[in-house]
Design a protein around this ligand. Structure first.
Ligand SMILES: Nc1nc2c(c(=O)[nH]1)N[C@H]1C(S)=C(S)[C@@H](COP(=O)(O)OP(=O)(O)OC[C@H]3O[C@@H](n4cnc5c(N)ncnc54)[C@H](O)[C@@H]3O)O[C@H]1N2
Ligand code: MOO
Length: 401
């Protein structure tokens, strides 16, 4: 099978990826979820003309010239409006958030009022009509579209939804990604390693990357290199309702690379396998009914680079979220040799020097080396067959953090 260009692979992966179905969640549990439909105001806010200050509700004409004597005829705290009407030379003691009493048109702040005793006050500074009043509907009116479909529910959006009287909201289901590691040599962190064994690391980074774009991750553990063992975990993933099954390792061409056979045996239709990319060549993609299956290469760096390039955009799309790689233009901090047919993603340290980004690739780019990936903050992207590039040449960088 010829190696598929990266852009084409991504296009095929995302081809019909649309937001998953909607579900209703309580507003208190809706943080960072994505609205599945526009959110409309169920009422008008404020629902009445309200005082914006602590002070006195008055008629502007009574305080046009100061000092002005007024008699206080009642009180209006927030939550308990004054039932009567403010007449000439009268005032109502009022507090922030209380409804404006009938007859009053202005709030004088208490700092500008002196208590004269016997229910009488003196206004010491003139106030323009309508001052310190929050008008009915100042914030929004019933029926207004307050938040668009696709909006992630950040703190301001959540409080707005609450103030528009929504106890729950319709949000896009979080995509569920089930992760299956494969390999006889793998043991979980914390194990005593035998002579032929290594620690299984890939699932941790893949799960974290999935969660960073709003997906839920289900780690199904490690299957040894036996078809039945891998098939058992694939069935568990299906039973768990996974939207995406990610396998780790076993995607290449070795005799123990069984993932393809198992997945097709379970009914997967292969879309593509092997792409023109380094690291990440053995990437596999197929569909098992509605479930998307991504076979990530076992080499740890390859699995995380493919996660960044393919899994994150897919999960974001299924979760109704926008996703964009953070691409920057930089100068090379070291010369790079001519490239072959695979698009290269070279781990690099990107720093800013006098307003220009400098991207310096690590000398060794072995795709087993996690320390170097953790030390890198960007990937220099080199097109297939790119000619040698000198220090200082322009380059594209995909920022990782
Ligand atoms: N003859 C060829 N050999 C290889 C090719 C090739 O084209 N022809 N491709 C190489 C490339 S590129 C990669 S990447 C690897 C990927 O192969 P697999 O996806 O089949 O991965 P495995 O063979 O299972 O494992 C490779 C490597 O990674 C380690 N590994 C696997 N899973 C994990 C895990 N969950 N956590 C940590 N490390 C893991 C595994 O022990 C191996 O060392 O194939 C090349 N070979
Ligand atoms: O994906 Mo493999 O590790 O290209 O190196």
């Amino acid at each position: 099978m010829a190696l598929l260009p990266v852009a084409e692979a991504l296009e095929r992966l995302l081809e019909d990826a649309a937001p998953l179905h909607a579900e209703c969640v309580a507003l208190m549990d809706a943080a960072d979820r994505v609205l599945a439909e526009p959110l409309l105001a169920l009422h008008t806010q404020p629902p009445f003309n309200a005082s914006a200050m602590d002070g006195y509700a008055v008629r502007a004409e009574d305080v046009a010239s100061v000092p002005a004597r007024l008699s206080v005829i009642g009180m209006a705290p927030a939550g308990r409006g004054f039932a009567g009407t403010v007449g000439p030379a009268q005032a109502v003691r009022i507090f922030t958030g209380a409804p404006l009493p009938a007859g009053a048109d202005t709030i004088v702040i208490q700092e500008n009022v002196r208590d004269r005793g016997g229910g009488s006050v003196e206004v010491t500074a003139s106030t323009v009509e309508g001052r310190n009043i929050r008008r009915l509907g100042l914030d929004f009116s019933k029926g207004d579209v307050l938040l668009e479909k696709g909006r992630p529910l950040d703190p301001a959006a959540l409080s707005l939804a609450a103030s528009a009287n929504h106890p729950q909201v319709s949000v896009v289901k979080r995509p569920l990604v089930a992760i299956i590691a494969t390999g006889d040599e793998l043991l979980p962190p914390g194990s005593d390693l035998g002579p032929d064994q290594i620690i299984s690391s890939n699932a941790y980074g893949v799960a974290a990357a999935a969660r960073s774009v709003g997906a839920s991750a289900l780690d199904l553990g490690i299957a040894p290199d036996r078809k039945e063992a891998i098939a058992t975990l694939v069935k568990q993933a299906v039973d768990a309702g996974a939207d995406v099954i990610v396998t780790l390792g076993g995607a290449s061409v070795g005799d123990h690379d069984l993932v393809h056979d198992v997945l097709t045996g379970e009914g997967m239709t292969l879309d593509f396998w092997k792409i023109a990319m380094r690291p990440g060549k053995p990437l596999m993609f197929g569909r098992l009914g509605d479930i998307r299956c991504i076979g990530l290469p076992g080499n740890p760096v390859a699995s995380l680079v493919c996660t960044q390039l393919f899994l994150k955009p897919l999960l974001a799309r299924l979760g109704g979220r926008a996703f964009r790689q953070d691409m920057r233009q930089a100068r090379l901090g070291a010369a790079m040799p001519a490239n072959d047919l695979r698009q290269d993603y070279a781990r690099a340290v990107v720093s800013e020097e006098a307003g220009t980004l400098l991207a310096t690739p690590f000398g060794i780019q072995d795709s087993s080396m996690l320390k170097m990936l953790a030390d890198a903050n960007g990937l220099i992207v080199r097109e297939p067959f790119a000619p040698p590039a000198a220090t200082g040449a322009a380059c594209s960088v995909l920022m990782l953090r």
